[in-house]
Design a protein around this ligand. Structure first.
Ligand code: COA
Length: 113
């Protein structure tokens, strides 16, 4: 499977960001058979950094980006499948995935529950 990028914006401070990230990670690992997940957040985005750590990501170096034309540093994160499998996480149910697998460029998924 090729890399896929997901951007997120939710009403802050209600736990939705954590839930959304956990749902996407479940889709990636359990549904699509991903071997790892990557993320990145601007260093001044404290809530995004907190959510990444909370769902199990580990720091994976930094990168330089442009924000509104200005250079900024982002923290990269990496979550390996083994670490996700052993993490505390809510139960997630994925439905209807089989009919959209071709949109992800793969032939078959793993499990959905
Ligand atoms: C980033 C974003 C998705 C986070 O979603 P959220 O619903 O606010 O996050 P949650 O409520 O699930 O959890 C936030 C966590 O960050 C922590 N947090 C929030 N602000 C923080 C701060 N300034 N410093 C440290 N931790 C902070 C909270 O304490 C919470 O952790 P806890 O549950 O252990 O207490 C949301 O703020 C958002 O949509 N922001 C705008 C778009 C964006 O920046 N997207 C990410 C691009 S990489």
């Amino acid at each position: 499977m090729h890399d896929r990028v997901a951007g997120r914006a939710v009403l802050p401070g209600h736990g939705y960001g954590t839930e959304a990230r956990q749902a996407v990670l479940h889709l990636a690992f359990a549904g699509l058979g991903a071997v790892c997940a990557r993320s990145a957040s601007f260093l001044d985005n404290a809530s995004s950094l907190a959510v990444s750590r909370k769902v199990g990501y580990r720091p994976d170096g930094t990168e330089r980006d442009l924000r509104d034309g200005e250079p900024v540093v982002s923290q990269r994160f990496l979550l390996m499948r083994e670490d996700w499998e052993h993490s505390q996480r809510p139960q997630v149910l994925v439905s209807g995935l089989e009919s959209c697998l071709d949109l992800f460029g793969i032939d078959g998924g793993a499990q959905t529950e």
